[in-house]
Design a protein around this ligand. Structure first.
Ligand SMILES: NC(=O)C1=CN([C@@H]2O[C@H](COP(=O)(O)OP(=O)(O)OC[C@H]3O[C@@H](n4cnc5c(N)ncnc54)[C@H](O)[C@@H]3O)[C@@H](O)[C@H]2O)C=CC1
Ligand SMILES: O=C(O)C(=O)Cc1ccc(O)cc1
Length: 377
């Protein structure tokens, strides 16, 4: 169902965000940063709406789509994918403004794009699938940031009936994300996201499951599972409902990938059993070569951090001196780690920043205080 525009021409455009979590909130903030708009948030969880309102992410909030959608110029659906499918069906039953646009942010694209093509076939509205390839294992609107997608790939999957002007229009809406837009076929998107994001997520969760079993007999294991284990399993702390939906909607990609994964595990097992040292080493060196070739600074499904290394003399108080200099210049760091203590009693601090600009400012002010800093890719 579509209807003619009814709002007054001087009213700011109306943007509706359905699902005010980490991603919905961050998209709202990015749109607000670049447009004069009225933003309506819709979420079944009332406290999320209140939080979004108090953080000035939305202008008004509602717990159902009801009548609010009819004047919308842009609707962004930012719920777990199965809910997105239901919401698309529900939107198609509502009167919508002619020429308005709907997009989503879900981690899988094919089922959503196919469903939208079926539902909006007769409507004068445009649906373009979207997937910002950045985020976090933390969920909820309180973690929203306008720069969450800065420099990240933001994949758009326009269906076959969508023209290039509509894609440009959506990019303009999302310009405040400062993301790098690329267009892919939904099918290709799901294959690639399956490989770099969905399968690794299953593996991370499965590693944690192994730990649960062993921990029952060896309580000290939790303490030992710091460092590498924490890094490789960080994503297993993400929202289980969201990940359940991703697996359900990317089933046909993930099943063959998991078969391949199991075959690879079997191969490694055979090499160990056969004592084939050469091929075992080859297994690791080939993986290392390809891993080392991955771009270091680009944001992808695994967020990159901007690291700065600082030589520090090994004396008490030096760490607070470094962090104090950064705090004095109002520069936030996301992580700090003592890398090594060298024989010549110098240590190395690794400081992680969220943005390249922050790292550069950090470098400038630490160098000004006579610290030796360097960047290593
Ligand atoms: N978390 C991440 O890092 C990324 C997530 N995505 C995708 O973004 C989408 C949202 O993820 P997050 O923001 O992380 O989740 P979240 O859990 O932070 O937020 C989801 C929000 O949707 C609301 N919601 C659920 N059902 C609803 C319904 N029927 N109507 C209205 N609101 C409803 C929830 O109350 C919640 O506030 C998912 O489809 C996910 O696949 C995409 C890129 C990155
Ligand atoms: O936290 C991380 O490293 C992520 O990989 C976040 C993420 C989760 C789901 C996506 O579809 C995209 C990015």
């Amino acid at each position: 169902m579509t209807k003619r525009a009814s709002s007054h021409s001087h009213d700011p455009p109306k943007v509706i965000i359905i699902g005010l979590g980490l991603i919905g909130g961050s998209v709202a903030l990015a749109i607000r940063a670049s447009h004069h708009v009225h933003i309506i948030g819709i979420d079944i969880h009332e406290p999320s709406l209140q939080m979004a309102k108090s953080l000035d992410i939305i202008d008004e909030g509602h717990t159902s789509i009801s009548t609010t959608v009819q004047d919308a110029d842009l609707i962004v659906i930012a719920t777990p994918v199965s809910k997105t499918m239901e919401l698309l069906a529900s939107l198609a039953r509502h009167p919508l403004k002619v020429g308005m646009m709907i997009t989503d942010v879900g981690s899988t694209k094919e089922t959503v794009v196919t469903e939208s093509e079926r539902l909006f076939n007769e409507h004068e509205v445009t649906f373009i699938g979207g997937h910002p390839m950045a985020g976090s294992h933390k969920s909820g609107v309180q973690g929203s940031r306008p720069d969450l997608f800065e420099n990240a790939f933001y994949i758009l999957t326009p269906g076959k009936n969508v023209d290039t002007f509509a894609v440009e229009r959506l990019k303009r809406w999302l310009i405040g994300t400062n993301a790098r837009f690329i267009e892919l076929e939904a099918e290709q998107h799901d294959l690639l996201a399956g490989s770099v994001s969905h399968l690794p997520h299953i593996v991370a969760a499965s590693l944690v499951h192994q730990l649960i079993d062993l921990k029952q007999h060896h309580p000290v294991l939790s303490d030992l599972a710091a460092g590498g284990f924490r890094d490789i399993t960080r994503i297993a702390s993400a929202n289980p409902i969201m990940w359940r939906d991703i697996l359900v909607h990317n089933k046909h990609v993930l099943i063959p990938m998991m078969e391949r994964w199991q075959a690879d595990m079997q191969t490694v097992q055979n090499l160990i059993e056969e004592g084939d040292d050469d091929r075992l080493q080859q297994f690791f060196s080939e993986a290392k070569r390809h891993r080392d070739e991955l771009p270091a600074k680009k944001k992808g499904a695994i967020p990159a951090f901007y690291d700065l290394f600082v030589d520090v003399p090994d004396h008490p108080g030096v760490i607070s001196e470094v962090t104090g200099i950064l705090a004095d210049h109002d520069i936030s760091i996301t992580n700090i780690r003592i890398m090594e203590t060298r024989e010549d009693i110098m240590g190395v601090l690794r400081l992680s920043f969220r943005k390249e600009a922050d790292r550069q400012r950090g470098l400038d002010c630490l160098e000004a205080e006579q610290f030796n800093t360097y960047i290593s890719e």
